[in-house]
Write a protein that binds this ligand. Structure first.
Ligand SMILES: Cc1cc2nc3c(=O)[nH]c(=O)nc-3n(C[C@H](O)[C@H](O)[C@H](O)COP(=O)(O)O)c2cc1C
Length: 536
């Protein structure tokens, strides 16, 4: 696993996933350039600023995997491992991120940092990659990532409209008229950003999870102006405090992770007391929305799997779909026992901010939308299999919520149980598969080669019909394709004619599964009692 932010940049560069732009670039173009690029971008020369900008590091699943030093699909397991094997952070007094006292006290000037505009309708420059540490008097340190909109040279807003832990801490302090000291750490190891964006059970230190993920502790250093530590290996460290002004002023809007513009938010202010940096720091402009979407896939998967495990569900595969911004939607396939479809939905919907979940059997490929839709179309009866729960804790950023001033909104959640109904005959759900698909050498036939041509011979057909008649009377019923296979050397046409002769003699029938049998065999299907009965 990459050890620090510089290692991440280097490994992306080596993999051809990072382009370096050396010519001067206007900071106002950065958002669009990153959006249009198929690699991460390092802007070495941002006109008018003395710091390079890197963006799009986590902008695709491949880049996310490289940043982590593993395959994208393995990251959720790494997160679960960190959760089960946390490593306490350690203290160091030699922090690379504090080598340079960049701006202190009245000299703090956030406008000197190369903070680009992202979406055209954003309300101002947003610091997006900050991992923020605060102290909770009751449970110790709390870490999370929140955007900060720059308002004045030493003043930002902080977006804590959602009911997260930092909001709870700031609300408590604000009620007592106290500010909330925070360190803002930009350009850390992705494991730290990951763990801090993850919502563990209460009282679990996110930084210890990051330590578990990296198999080594996060290094924390004391700050100068506040009694909260910072992450020693950051590129840029800010010391500040959320002022006890409360949620009294509007800020935003912001192009959100759900790919729509966020509404105007009412958020508190943060005063920045000091900025420290590494030598030659690099500013990470965490590019919205794709960097956050790509990184949230494994976070949501880890959270969902934890919930399903608690409910004792046998999970086969999970797809946290990018269409749902890797946040609101999941398709889960399970090895279902009776009632597991609904139980899995309850567990999955209880997990984090998932809004819509589809549960399918493990014969469905959760990464194939056509297959998932086939399951929904052919295995679901909406009155029995769609579960809707109202009044659940919401992600307030969801634009579809009804907002009432002064009240936290709640959301509705929906689950679709697209597993095969246990009380219906299983054969109704047999998937269409092509006969002999494992045997035919398609390539040989799709060229100019002519296939075998049967030359049926009446005597041979009669002999074949008699043999099949005998076999079907005394043996098991057979699928038509099984008969074709058994009588391969006779040829396709000969088999068809032999079966036709049985049918003409009124000896041929079919069993419940549609297999060919003798009319007088015990397996022959019984005709429906009423003409109106459609026994499929
Ligand atoms: C890059 C990034 C930016 C984020 N920005 C915000 C934000 O501005 N506001 C917010 O409420 N959550 C934001 N999140 C999600 C929170 O970090 C996440 O919900 C976290 O678990 C909150 O931690 P807490 O409950 O310990 O406070 C962001 C996540 C990432 C990865």
């Amino acid at each position: 696993m990459a050890r620090d932010f510089r290692d991440v940049i280097e490994s992306l560069r080596e993999a051809g996933e990072l382009k370096v732009i050396s010519r001067p670039v206007d900071i106002r173009y950065i958002g669009t350039l990153v959006e249009e690029s198929d690699t991460a971008l390092l802007f070495e020369n941002v006109a008018g600023y003395d710091m390079p900008v890197v963006a799009g590091l986590l902008g695709s699943q491949r880049r996310v995997g490289i940043s982590f030093g593993c395959d994208y699909t393995e990251i959720h397991a790494r997160l679960e491992y960190g959760l089960s094997n946390p490593i306490p952070s350690v203290r160091t007094d030699s922090a690379p991120g504090r080598q340079i006292a960049y701006q202190l006290g009245d000299d703090v000037d956030l406008f000197s940092l190369p903070v680009p505009l992202f979406a055209a309708l954003d309300g101002g420059p947003m610091i997006t990659a900050g991992v923020i540490i605060a102290r909770d008097d009751k449970s110790g340190l709390n870490a999370g990532a929140y955007r900060l909109m720059i308002r004045e040279k030493n003043l930002t807003c902080i977006d804590i409209v959602t009911p997260n832990d930092l909001r709870r801490i700031a609300e408590r302090n604000t009620a007592e008229g106290k500010s909330t000291p925070i360190s803002i750490n930009i350009g850390t190891n992705p494991a730290v950003t990951w763990a801090t964006a993850y919502r563990p059970p209460p009282h679990i230190d996110e930084l210890e999870i990051a330590g578990g993920m990296m198999d080594e502790p996060v290094r924390l250093s004391p700050c100068e102006t506040i009694d909260v530590p910072c992450i020693a290996d950051s590129e840029i460290i800010m010391e500040g405090e959320i002022l006890p002004t409360g949620w009294t002023k509007p800020e935003g809007r912001f192009g959100e992770f759900h790919r729509s513009m966020g509404a105007l938010h009412w958020n508190p202010h943060v005063k920045i007391n000091a900025i420290y940096t590494r030598k030659n720091p690099i500013y990470w402009a965490f590019h919205m929305p794709w960097e956050v979407i790509c990184m949230y896939g494994p976070i949501q998967e880890a959270s969902l799997r934890r919930s399903l495990k608690e409910a004792n569900i046998n999970v086969s595969a999970v797809n946290i779909t990018p269409g749902g911004s890797c946040y609101f939607h999941a398709i889960v396939s399970i090895e279902a026992r009776v009632g597991d479809g609904k139980l899995a939905l309850m567990a999955a919907l209880a997990s984090d901010d998932f809004k819509h979940i589809v549960v399918v059997d493990d014969d469905i490929d959760v990464f194939n939308p056509l297959e998932v839709e086939r399951a929904i179309a052919s295995r679901v009866q909406a009155d029995k299999d769609v579960m809707i729960i109202s009044g659940v804790r919401a992600k307030p950023l969801d634009p579809s919520l009804e907002l009432v001033t002064g009240r936290m909104p709640t959301t509705a959640k929906m689950g679709i149980d697209a597993t095969i109904p246990r009380d219906l005959p299983k054969e109704r759900f047999d998937k269409v598969a092509y006969a002999f698909e494992d045997e035919v050498d398609a390539q040989a036939y799709l060229g100019d080669t002519e296939g075998n041509v049967d030359t049926p011979d009446e005597v041979a057909i009669t002999a074949l019909a008699d043999r099949l008649c005998e076999q079907l009377l005394n043996g098991d019923p057979m699928y038509y394709s099984e008969i074709l296979k058994q009588e391969w050397s006779a040829g396709n046409s000969a088999v068809n004619r032999a079966l036709a002769s049985l049918h003409e003699r009124d000896l041929m029938w079919q069993d419940e599964l549609g297999r060919v049998c003798h009319k007088n065999s015990p397996q022959a299907a019984v005709p429906p009692t009423s003409k109106l009965t459609n026994r499929a």
